[in-house]
Design a protein. Structure first.
Length: 322
């Protein structure tokens, strides 16, 4: 038997003038725009209780209701994978994702992903949107993620993400010496020329994005930062830090040319050249538990390669001048 769920959101004034499919994609960020367009065509997404077209413009104040089917949402094979689970109960799984693990199957990565491993660990997840995954980390970003185990928990966590009440703090190593902390408030959209990239954008379909950052340690030519997400857009930290001139060490998309401190020791040069992923780690995660209502949080130390990078930078900074 297929169970139906209903989601409802009011169109805010900031969305006025957008197409219905564009506005709905912002209201229900857990679903792709393509999926939302299908639901509009099938009459499962209504505007003030009535069927509408994807191209119809919203004015603000309307009620958008969505009734997606809770049928099996994924068709990927379960695969036993070593998962570093730091907490699990009847409602949620909190895990520490290693760098190099793809979260969700996509072109070129249909197997060996976190989703495949989750389906093997908990087969009931196949009944949930994206197997319960409510937020993602890039393949080469390490750290904490939460996965919902029930539909109620999934809806609750998605609502918390939309309300920006989930606490997500990251650590990063960036190129350049950051003099003080600050906030990057810059909307993000698709890169105009390279579809695999995101970019700061003023286009109508760009989504607001806010990143707060502070300095933990300054080195001779790099900085160790703590960052907090207010929003969670694709590649947000990576794009925002590159936008203000401090790209992440090792970032293959946004890092640009490797910057080497003048007179750096060979050990540091080797470490920087061999660090071939973005130096980004999801350090802490906190939210209201969807079942108990209690505030819960977890912390994860950066992995060995990240700590080795910090050690090499510290050794270089403390080396005597020759």
């Amino acid at each position: 038997m297929t169970e139906l769920i209903e989601l409802q959101e009011e169109v805010g004034e900031e969305l006025a003038g957008l197409r219905l499919d564009q506005a709905a994609a912002k209201l229900f960020p857990d679903y792709s725009r393509a999926r939302i367009q299908e639901w509009i065509r099938d009459g499962q997404l209504l505007l003030d209780g009535k069927a509408a077209k994807a191209k119809d413009k919203v004015l603000g104040g309307e009620l958008v209701s969505l009734q997606p089917e809770e049928a099996v949402c994924v068709s990927f094979a379960p695969e036993p994978l070593p998962l570093d689970i730091v907490f699990e109960d009847r409602s949620v799984i909190v895990l520490d994702k290693p760098a190099g693990l793809v979260v969700h199957p996509a072109a070129g990565n249909y197997a060996g992903t976190l989703l495949n491993g989750l389906l093997a660990h908990c087969p009931a997840l196949e009944k949930l949107p994206r197997a319960g995954i409510v937020h993602r980390l890039d393949k080469d970003t390490s750290g904490l993620m939460v996965v919902a185990k029930t539909l109620a928990a999934h809806q609750d966590l998605v609502a918390q993400l939309q309300a920006r009440s989930v606490s997500r703090q990251y650590e990063a190593v960036v190129q350049g010496v950051v003099t003080a902390g600050g906030t990057v408030d810059a909307p993000l959209g698709r890169h105009p020329a390279q579809r695999q990239k995101r970019a700061v954008s003023t286009a109508a379909d760009a989504r607001d994005a806010v990143t707060h950052y502070r300095v933990l340690t300054r080195f001779r030519g790099h900085s160790h930062l703590r960052l907090q997400l207010e929003t969670g857009r694709t590649h947000q930290i990576r794009v925002h830090m590159a936008h203000i001139g401090f790209p992440l060490v090792g970032d293959p998309l946004y890092g640009g040319r490797l910057r080497l401190p003048k007179g750096a020791a060979p050990a540091l040069l080797d470490t920087l050249q061999e660090f071939r992923r973005q130096a980004l780690h999801a350090r802490s995660l906190g939210f209201v538990h969807p079942r108990s209502g209690e505030d819960v949080s977890w912390d994860s130390a950066p992995p060995a390669d990240f700590q080795a990078l910090l050690a090499a930078l510290a050794n270089d900074a403390n080396a005597p001048d020759v």
